[in-house]
Design a protein around this ligand. Structure first.
Ligand SMILES: [Zn+2]
Length: 161
């Protein structure tokens, strides 16, 4: 531990310990941390250490959530699922305690499962085991369309699974 403690630490690092290898998702809007875990289907069942910090004081915004996933390097197509949940999130890939990649989340072409279709008659709401897939038909305007019933969905009214 002594070599780790010699590395200068920010306030956030003091709250959430440094990791050797893995992914740190920072600047998640406070209150969205658990939704991020759910969207990424991170449940700790693989045995890796997952650290979740909610309502961490932040200089840029008043509070934020942080998630650290040890021994997993999340790829673009995984973290881009977060574009509608945590658009300001930054994804930091850490290898041997060093930051080797830092990126923002970007809207993907489609979003699977995270949100329910708002059409009650949609097959994804029928009780059958079919999960919603939404195509992002306009990235600039953030317009989503259900692939099954083709309803255009208001991003502000989306409900989580
Ligand atoms: Zn639908």
């Amino acid at each position: 531990m002594s070599n780790i403690q010699s590395i200068p630490m920010s306030e956030s690092d003091l709250i959430v310990r440094r990791i050797k290898d893995g992914t740190v998702i920072d600047h998640i809007e406070a209150g969205k941390g658990l939704k991020v875990l759910n969207a990424l289907e991170i449940d700790g069942k693989d045995g890796n250490v997952i650290t979740v910090a909610l309502n961490v004081p932040s200089a840029k915004v008043s509070k934020k959530d942080i998630i650290k996933v040890e021994n997993r390097f999340l790829k673009d197509d995984e973290t881009n699922k977060l574009a509608l949940i945590a658009p300001k999130a930054t994804v930091n890939i850490i290898k041997d305690y060093k930051l080797v990649e830092k990126r923002r989340v970007a809207l993907p072409n489609e979003i699977e499962r995270i949100f329910r279709c708002s059409n009650p008659d949609c097959i994804t709401n029928s009780g059958e085991d079919i999960e919603a897939i939404m195509d992002i038909v306009d990235k600039a305007g953030v317009i989503l369309r259900c692939r099954y019933c083709t309803r255009i969905l208001d991003v502000n009214e989306l409900k989580y699974y």
